[in-house]
Design a protein around this ligand. Structure first.
Ligand code: COA
Length: 256
């Protein structure tokens, strides 16, 4: 275990388990760093043929650590930020990516699923992208990928109203391949990974490349990232993060 991510590599399958259950696996900068490092290494390691993402505890992930957002919003964050590297690794991944999702999948916890090739959800999965509630904007190319997958109306309600999508709905809307009882979730993801690990890597790689426009995705991530960074420094965002820390509803009414 490094920095709240457990890394296991066995029989061609790299399993990256978010392991910060007391914070619902909120993603710290260090955790993004580990995920990015592992995904970058995997690209150059022919022994890694498939990657699985999963979360310990009762949730997949509650998204970006809001304490880190607050630090960025108030200029209290220094050093290298790894989230961009993680997102680019998702955009450019040639290996099949599989996610096993239960409980909360907030923000990047949902947008990263749009880069996964197979997604299995438990009935209690709760997919949310409440960027506007946090006075932020969509990231990880989700401003394009989410409406492309589920249609503008549903995507807008998720982004702007923060509406949650549960496991059965995620399956019905094409966000997931399978709805799996919680107790079987990891085994289902593992079984799919074992199947993919036996497939010819070259054919898998070219198939994935044909199916997605990685260059367009990476370019959009840059555009979104610049706007996201700008939004983080707004009075709206400071109010949203303060409200979360103080466990009260945000009040944007006095902010012009
Ligand atoms: N960043 C930092 N800490 C987080 C977190 C996050 N994104 N999400 C949850 N936590 C922490 C809580 O502060 C709490 O810590 P504490 O026990 O020290 O007080 C702990 O994790 C448990 O969370 P809690 O809010 O008590 O659980 P819940 O079941 O009532 O609610 C969520 C779960 C995920 C709905 C709620 O925590 C939440 O909305 N989190 C913020 C999600 C978010 O906006 N992420 C950013 C998206 S861009």
């Amino acid at each position: 275990m490094t920095e709240h991510v457990t890394v296991e590599h066995e029989a061609g399958i790299l399993t990256l388990t978010l392991a910060r259950p007391d914070k619902k696996n909120a993603l710290s900068n260090a955790m993004y760093g580990v995920l990015a490092d592992e995904m970058e290494k995997a690209e150059n390691d022919s022994a890694v043929r498939v990657i699985i993402f999963q979360g310990d505890g009762d949730s997949f992930t509650s998204g970006n650590d809001l304490g880190d957002f607050t630090a960025q919003a108030t200029g209290g964050f220094s050093g290298e930020r790894h989230v961009g590297r993680f997102l680019k690794a998702l955009a450019n991944a040639t290996r099949p990516l599989i996610a096993a999702v239960h409980g909360q999948a907030v923000g990047v916890g949902t947008t990263m699923l749009l880069h996964c090739d197979l997604v299995f959800v438990a009935p209690n999965a709760r997919l949310t992208v409440p960027f506007v509630n946090l006075a932020l904007v969509p990231e990880a190319a989700s401003s394009w990928l989410l409406p492309a997958r589920i249609g503008h109306a549903r995507a807008y309600a998720m982004f702007a109203l923060g509406e949650a999508v549960d496991g059965p709905t995620a399956l019905a809307w094409g966000l997931a391949n399978g709805l799996v009882p919680l107790e079987d979730l990891r085994a289902r993801a593992r079984a799919a990974a074992e199947q993919l690990a036996k497939r010819p890597l070259g054919a898998l790689t070219v198939t994935k490349r044909l199916m997605r426009d990685a260059e367009k995705i990476a370019a959009l991530m840059d555009t979104e990232g610049a706007l996201f960074a700008e939004r983080l420094r707004t009075a709206e965002a400071r109010e949203a993060f303060m409200a979360f820390a103080e466990r009260r509803p945000a009040d944007f009414s006095k902010i012009a």
